[in-house]
Design a protein around this ligand. Sequence first.
Ligand code: PLP
Length: 390
Amino acid sequence: MIPYGRQSVDQADIDAVLAVLQSDWLTQGPTIDAFEQAVAARCEAAFGVAVCNATAALHIACLAAGLGPGDWLWTSPNTFLASANCGRYCGADVDFVDIDPQTWNLDVEALAGKLQVAQAMGRLPKVVVAVAFSGQSCDMRQLAELAERYAFTVIEDASHAVGARYAGRPVGCGEFAAMTVFSFHPVKIITSAEGGMVLTNRPELADRLRRLRSHGMTRDPQQMSEASHGPWYYQQVELGFNYRMTDLQAALGLSQLKKLDGFVQRRQYLAARYQQLLQDLPLTLPKAQADAQSAWHLYVVRLQLDGLQRSHRQVFEGLREAGIGVNLHYIPVHLQPYYQALGFAQGDFPEAEHYYAEAISLPIYPGLSDSEQDYVVQQVRRWIQEPSIS
Ligand SMILES: *Cc1c(COP(=O)(O)O)cnc(C)c1O
């Protein structure tokens, strides 16, 4: 089976992990700091806070933004569950903004309209989680203007977009978002097995994130309610978690980071090749968002079902039978039973639902060879063009 995505791990990665395994620090050691600093430097951010996964990163980013009960978090319905769930972890209410039919990202025009209505109702969001769907940022420039006008915090969920660029700078630089979250899950751009990071330029946020990552503990006398009892002393000043990354994971991440440019280049090459090889088919291919240079975590096509003899599901299953691990990103989050129980219903976000009825993620990852990609293209052609095979 050719998967839709997979990690590329080489001997240098293995050696890096083994070196840490034989060192004094399996966790809470110097490799964490090195990884945080390297990612922050690469992305032109002041601070990086490494955590056990991007879901945890989103959770503590929301807490650091002050999100709590009675507040609203808004995000795109076309995302992984975690972009919305992080609001629920904080006791906040979650709402969605429909997607742009061209870029499949959160529609910032629609957001502007929804904010006006929300203002009139006194229900403005405290946090907007802007998902860089498939690896390209949404209209962050306009989003930042709206954040200014309506006083909400922008958290960019850039789980797909490590190594991507926006407005000529690396995603994560913090020009348009207070905090940016990365995932290092194996299907993402670089991996630490499990892992995530929050990038920010604001020292008070970085401080708070570090504290929340580790039980709400501090060893900083300035944050304590009384004088230190001695060198052993720490205080728990709020409720935090154990969301730490291990040094083994950080070693893998650090080693992978060295290959980031090559990984993204290979993904861009494969995406450009798909655009070329699929252009004559009844498919809607991904379109570039103005200002964004995608990291191409996903390569999604939409079937133009009017012109096809087959259903979306038949094409999907046909490709799976042909040994191609196609996938579907994403089932609109508001259609999940958990969110339906909160009051969302079919029809609430029609662009995301329409997208869901047509989308298929084709394989894209650095190790995908040209000939494997040719096979994928040949099978896509077969399953959408030939009226009755099988
Ligand atoms: C993968 C992903 C996450 C969660 O990442 P984990 O590291 O697995 O917790 C969050 N948001 C988006 C958009 C993702 O794709």
